[in-house]
Design a protein around this ligand. Structure first.
Ligand SMILES: [Zn+2]
Length: 323
């Protein structure tokens, strides 16, 4: 799927607004600092005059001028930092402010025409109907997780799954991890996927949530449209390159050879690109092996952290508690 011009413009306008806001903030900080530190302004003024002076020497063919200019400017920069620190401000207090240092709020990685991760995150949330996850996210995050519905072995499993989920979130982007939540209905699998998605979306990562049936239906619709291959190509790009995809309720789709081959391709392509995947299912491992190919089973059990959850159906439990 691709952005319409209008969607693209809206994202770019958003970046412009962020840059303007940050520039104003920076100017305010600058004015405040100069009021408290008149010497700061003098140092800034001398940086200007030094540059002009060395510029003239450079034009006159003085080869040492550039080196000396750099040394003089870096000495001035140091003095400015020391001044700021002398009134208890951090030394980078007046540096430019960026919400995303990777692209300096331009949407494109510096010096390239490659879209930044923060752009991709916005693109994906515009392109994919994320209503499912958005709704769940509003209610569920790590701080609202409750352990009261579990006891004994079930509680231990859930605690371990929460620990693994937190660890996954914390190290996201530095190492490529995959999670596989399995167990009976209503034991917290989708809840944990949502908590993870919530954290990562807030940090500006691109996350796409699919129900298994939704994912394979979409793939089938695009694949069998022989007249127009572009949407399928775009969809694959997102499916394979998005930083995290969540496939919820694997096994609720009509599993056939098309689904099996698409699932394997998806796992394989994402592994090649070192992008993370989270899968949840009500199937147990035996059912999983019987239902999908050996190579899928082997891929899942070898490159995913398996988290088994058990216990009563929390949704029924919660309903009963409310009554
Ligand atoms: Zn960025």
């Amino acid at each position: 799927m691709a952005l319409t011009n209008q969607q693209y413009e809206a994202i770019m306008k958003g970046y412009e607004a962020v840059r303007t806001r940050n520039r104003h903030l920076c100017e305010e900080r600058h004015d405040q600092a100069c009021r408290r530190l008149p010497q700061y302004e003098q140092l800034e003024a001398s940086a200007g005059s030094i540059s002009v002076e060395y510029g003239k020497r450079l034009l006159d063919g003085d080869d040492t001028a550039l080196r000396e200019l750099r040394a003089a400017l870096s000495s001035l920069a140091r003095q400015k930092q020391e001044l700021l620190q002398s009134i208890g401000l951090p030394k980078n207090y007046l540096d430019p402010i960026y919400n995303c240092p990777d692209c300096q709020d331009t949407g494109y990685l510096l010096g390239s025409n490659q879209k930044c991760h923060c752009f991709r995150a916005q693109e994906i949330s515009l392109l994919y109907e994320q209503s499912n996850i958005r709704e769940m996210i509003q209610k569920e995050n790590f701080s609202t997780i409750s352990f009261q519905y579990y006891e004994g072995e079930d509680l231990k499993r859930f605690q371990e799954a929460v620990r693994i989920s937190l660890d996954f979130t914390e190290h996201f982007g530095t190492d490529c991890q995959n999670l596989f939540f399995y167990g009976t209905v209503g034991t917290g699998k989708s809840l944990l996927s949502c908590c993870i998605a919530n954290e990562l979306l807030q940090k500006g990562h691109s996350v796409i949530y699919f129900s298994a049936s939704g994912l394979f239906d979409t793939l089938a619709r695009y694949s069998f449209d022989t007249h127009n291959k572009e949407p399928l190509y775009q969809f694959y790009q997102d499916l394979y390159q998005c930083e995290l995809i969540i496939i919820d309720d694997l096994g609720t789709e009509v599993t056939n050879s098309f689904v099996t081959s698409q699932l394997f391709a998806c796992l394989n392509e994402r592994a090649l690109r070192r992008q993370s995947t989270i899968i949840s299912t009500n199937l147990n491992l035996e059912e999983l092996r019987d239902r999908y190919s050996d190579r899928i089973f082997s891929r899942l059990t070898s490159s995913f952290t398996l988290c088994k959850l058990s216990g009563p159906d929390i949704r029924i439990y919660k309903k009963r508690m409310r009554k």
